[in-house]
Design a protein around this ligand. Sequence first.
Ligand SMILES: Cc1cc2nc3c(=O)[nH]c(=O)nc-3n(C[C@H](O)[C@H](O)[C@H](O)COP(=O)(O)OP(=O)(O)OC[C@H]3O[C@@H](n4cnc5c(N)ncnc54)[C@H](O)[C@@H]3O)c2cc1C
Length: 462
Amino acid sequence: MPNPAAPRQNGKQLNPEVRKHNFDEVAQIFTKEEALAEANRCLHCKNARCQANCPVGVQIPDFIALVKDGKVGEAASKIMETSLLPAICGRVCPQEKHCEGNCVLKEKFGSVNIGMLERYTADTARKEGLLTTPVCAKSTGKKVACIGSGPSSLAAAAELARAGHQVTVFEALHAFGGVLRYGIPSFRLPREVIDHEIETVKSMGVTFRTDVLVGATETIADLLKEFDAVYVGSGAGLPTLTGIPGENAVGVYSANEFLTRVNLMQAYKFPQTDTPIRIGKRVVVLGGGNSAMDAARCAMRLGPKSVTVAYRRSAAEMPARAAEVEHAKEEGVVFEYLVTPKEVVADETGHVIGLKCTRNELGAPDEKGRRRPVEIPGSEFVMPVDTIIVAIGQKPNPIIAKTTPELKTTERGVLALDEEGKTSMPGVYAGGDIIRGGATVLLAMKDGIEAAKRINQYLQGK
Ligand SMILES: Cc1cc2nc3c(=O)[nH]c(=O)nc-3n(C[C@H](O)[C@H](O)[C@H](O)COP(=O)(O)OP(=O)(O)OC[C@H]3O[C@@H](n4cnc5c(N)ncnc54)[C@H](O)[C@@H]3O)c2cc1C
């Protein structure tokens, strides 16, 4: 009999005093006992709200029932019927918004820890050799190109391969995974987990090519000569900067550059690796989203005296996942709320020595319902800092749109889709951050899966 009232299992975490000096994974995998105890809390609801609120429709009650019966390999296969990246999703998806946020036990006993169960299932099945290669349909003879190798293209490529198409993924960088690899740090998502999930997609016959910047190396028009359809999953890798005076001083990084140096190029191992990184004594990170938390926690691991997150609104409006904020605080990151940066102060050699800011109070809500920050007159002050990391958002790189005039974009610079989810160019489909301008791994995957279905229909009519 399920026991929903049993205490929710949260798993163990590395000690903050130890982990803030290394890049090891913070959250530890469930033990078998913890997994069984947590699986036993699930009520296996008939009309499961957790499943209905999962953007890719993972069969949550069914996989948890299999975990409970000790059938971890079958549980992994059950998840992989709808999501081919379970070890990644179990770690980075905002479960509190989707599955766990809608669990019937949430108010009374605390939601079932679905994220940790998904991760346990995926990791254990892999370690015990219980994963099976997803079955692909007989070859259709059609060829599809996927641009980018982030979660959106990976999901699209896998679905297209399942349908029997021959798929090639083109990635601009020298490594695959998109933000999963260059943005999200290994202490949240170990590199071997990304490698393994990409191996699964490869095992389905998908070909991967690095160092191809579509729009420069070759255009979409070139690809359409060789491929029957193209999926654009090129993400939103162009950083947004503040535009305040002095922002080009030495010691100011965009979060994108900072995280790429640390996570993709592993600059924290320099000189064993090729890329260096300079970190000062006092670091300030501007922003309040997931990028800001990742930048702050990476910066902390590089050994400065202090790391401060400066955010324009209050804690309640901060978009980062609550768990990431908690982890950052445990590791010693300090939060300054209701602060707007006004000017970077540099010394005579051009190096950052401070950040002029004003203090805010909260005003009326904006169009998204979040209360606006309103500057308090006469509240100017200077934060003594020598490294500034700007993590206030990102937008799509315009190279693809610029070199493909047939592709319509919106005023936000994202690719425009019609009501049927098609781009303005026949045979070209798109999804993930390139159409959303910065969202989540799961939404990027959902777009990829849905676009793959549209591509199938398109190819059947071809
Ligand atoms: C630091 C950070 C932390 C995040 N943390 C989380 C989290 O915890 N949970 C969560 O759900 N979401 C998180 N997100 C958001 C999430 O990672 C993104 O929404 C998701 O990765 C988008 O997937 P995508 O496939 O559309 O694009 P991306 O992951 O950006 O991948 C796009 C890929 O396309 C490649 N590319 C770009 N242009 C070209 C071109 N012209 N030719 C060839 N290749 C090209 C890029 O190099 C990249 O590899 C985070 C984002 C950031 C920046």
